[in-house]
Design a protein around this ligand. Structure first.
Ligand SMILES: *[C@@H]1O[C@H](CO)[C@@H](O)[C@H](O)[C@H]1NC(C)=O
Ligand SMILES: *[C@@H]1O[C@H](CO)[C@@H](O)[C@H](O)[C@H]1NC(C)=O
Ligand SMILES: *[C@@H]1O[C@H](CO)[C@@H](O)[C@H](O)[C@H]1NC(C)=O
Ligand SMILES: *[C@@H]1O[C@H](CO)[C@@H](O)[C@H](O)[C@H]1NC(C)=O
Length: 405
C-alpha cells in the first residue's frame, strides 16, 4: 500500500461536507451561523429541478461592511467539487475565502449544493434512505443537465438579471462543461466562467491511487449493486458517533503524534504544499458532517481517467444502446461550450494536471484567459483553503471579473 492509496481512502472518509468549525467552540455551527458570526447576511433558498430533486442554494447578498444593506448588483454563482458543498467557499475565513471577499467587493454571492450533498439530500417524492436505486442514480451528468440550469434560472429570476458570473472548482467545472454541451442555451446566461482546476480531460492524472481506483471501476460498480450502496459516504456511516469520534479525536490539537499523521494525510491529499495548510484548517476539516455524493459520480470520473476523453457515463453496451444509440458512450460536445472561460491551474495539482489543462484549452472554443497560479507547489485543494489564497488566487479572480463585467 503506498501513501497515496491510503490517502484516497481518507479522502473518501474525511473530505465530505465538513462541518464548519475553526475550533472546538464552533463544532455545532452550520454555514449560516459561521457566516453570520462574521457580520455577513445569509439567505437559504430552495430550488426544484425538472427531475424533482430539491436543492438548497445559499446566498450572501452583500458584504459585512455594506452601508446600504441591499443585495449587491452582480450575481456570482459558486459551484463546489466532488464531495464538497457550499462550505468549501468559506473555509478560508473572511479575509480569504471567496464567498466573503467577493461579497465585500460588491458581488451578490450564490452558492450551489449539488443533489446528494448534506444540504440537498432530498426530493419531491423519492426518499434518499429508502429509494436508494432511484434516488442515487445520478452522476455529475445530471448535476450539469438539471441542477445547474435550475439554479441559474432561479438566481436570474430572483435578481432580475439576464446574466451571471460562474466560478467552479473541480467537479464544479465538470458539471458546467456538461451543461454547456447538453443545454447550450445556458451559455448566453454566463458573463464569464472561472474554472479552478478545470476537470474534463483527465488522461494525465498523476494521482496513483485514483488511477488504481479507475482500473477497478467495474468491480466497484458490481460491488455497489450487490451491496445496494449507492451513496458514496452513506449517511448512516457518518452519523455513527463512534466513527465520527475516532476521526475527530485522531486529529485533535492535543494529540500531537496522531495529529501529525493526520496533517500528513491532508498534505498527501492536497498535493505537495504542506506550507499552505493552516493547522486550524485541519481541525476545521475533520469535524465531520453527513455524506455527500453518489457512487456513480466517482465511477464516471474513473471512466474519464481510463478513456482520457470527456465522455458520457458508460452504462454497459446494452443500456448504452438504449440511451445513446451506440454501444459506447459518446463524447460531450466541446463545440457547444461557447461561454467565455478563464482557466486556473496549479503546477502541483496531481488530479487536474497542467498537461490536461493545456489539452483542454485546445478543445474549448472560447477560452479567454489561462492562469497558472504563480506558486510552484499549488495543488488541487489549495484553491479552497491555501494559507496564501489572498496572495496567489484572489487578485487574479478580481482582475478577470472586472475585465468581464
Ligand atoms: C443553521 O442552524 C440554524 C439554527 O440552528 C437554522 O435555523 C438554519 O436553517 C441552519 N442553516 C443551515 C444552512 O442549515
Ligand atoms: C420570476 O418567476 C416568476 C414566476 O415564474 C415570474 O412571475 C416573474 O416574472 C419572474 N421574474 C423575473 C424577473 O424574471
Ligand atoms: C442510430 O444509429 C444508426 C447507425 O449509427 C443510425 O443509422 C440511426 O439513424 C440511429 N438512430 C437514431 C434513432 O438516432
Ligand atoms: C515546495 O515543495 C518542495 C517539495 O515538497 C519543498 O522542498 C519546497 O520548500 C516547497 N516550496 C515552497 C515555496 O514552500
Amino acid at each position: 500500500m503506498n501513501f497515496h492509496w491510503y490517502s484516497s481512502i481518507v479522502i473518501l472518509i474525511v473530505l465530505p461536507n465538513f462541518k464548519i468549525t475553526m475550533g472546538a467552540q464552533w463544532s455545532k455551527m452550520n454555514f449560516s451561523d459561521v457566516v453570520q458570526s462574521y457580520g455577513y447576511p445569509v439567505e437559504i433558498h430552495e430550488v426544484t429541478t425538472e427531475d424533482g430533486y430539491l436543492l438548497d442554494v445559499f446566498r450572501v447578498p452583500y458584504g459585512a461592511k455594506s452601508s446600504t444593506k441591499t443585495p449587491n448588483p452582480n450575481p456570482i454563482l459558486l459551484n463546489h467539487g466532488l464531495m464538497g458543498s457550499a462550505e468549501n467557499f468559506i473555509v478560508g475565513g473572511p479575509t480569504k475565502a471567496l464567498a466573503y471577499v467577493l461579497a465585500d467587493k460588491g458581488y451578490d454571492i450564490w452558492l450551489c449544493n449539488a443533489r446528494g450533498t448534506q444540504h440537498s439530500r432530498k426530493h419531491v417524492h423519492l426518499d434518499p434512505d429508502k429509494d436508494l436505486e432511484q434516488y442515487w442514480r445520478f452522476s455529475f451528468h445530471e448535476i450539469g443537465v438539471y441542477d445547474l440550469p435550475a439554479t441559474i434560472d432561479y438566481v436570474l429570476n430572483k435578481t432580475g438579471k439576464s446574466q451571471l458570473h460562474f466560478i467552479g472548482h473541480s467537479q464544479g467545472t465538470t458539471t458546467f462543461f456538461v451543461m454547456g454541451s447538453e443545454r447550450p442555451e445556458y451559455n448566453e446566461k454566463i458573463k464569464l466562467m472561472i474554472a479552478m482546476a478545470p476537470s474534463a480531460l483527465l488522461g494525465n492524472i498523476k494521482m496513483i491511487s485514483l488511477r488504481l481506483l479507475a482500473t477497478f471501476k467495474d468491480y466497484l460498480k458490481t460491488l455497489a449493486d450487490y451491496l445496494k450502496v449507492y451513496e458514496l459516504i452513506p449517511k448512516y456511516l457518518l452519523s455513527n458517533e463512534a466513527i465520527r469520534s475516532i476521526t475527530s479525536s485522531f486529529c485533535e490539537e492535543h494529540q500531537v503524534i496522531t495529529r501529525t499523521v493526520c496533517s500528513n494525510v491532508f498534505v498527501a491529499m492536497s498535493g505537495f504544499s504542506p506550507e499552505q495548510l493552516d493547522p486550524d484548517t485541519i481541525t476545521f476539516l475533520t469535524n465531520l458532517g453527513p455524506g455527500g455524493a453518489s457512487v456513480y459520480q466517482a465511477l464516471h470520473y474513473a471512466q474519464l481517467v481510463n478513456s482520457g476523453k470527456f465522455v458520457k457515463f458508460d452504462w454497459g453496451p446494452r443500456e448504452n444502446m438504449i440511451k445513446y444509440n451506440s454501444t459506447t458512450p459518446p463524447e460531450y460536445n466541446f463545440a457547444n461550450m461557447v461561454s467565455p472561460m478563464s482557466l486556473f491551474y496549479g503546477e502541483a495539482d496531481l488530479m487536474v494536471t497542467k498537461e490536461d489543462v493545456m489539452l483542454l484549452t485546445t478543445r474549448l472554443p472560447n477560452v479567454v484567459d489561462v492562469y497558472r497560479i504563480p506558486y510552484d507547489n499549488w495543488s488541487h485543494l489549495d484553491f479552497l483553503w491555501a494559507r496564501d489564497m489572498d496572495k496567489y488566487l484572489n487578485p487574479h479572480i478580481f482582475r478577470i471579473l472586472r475585465k468581464y463585467k
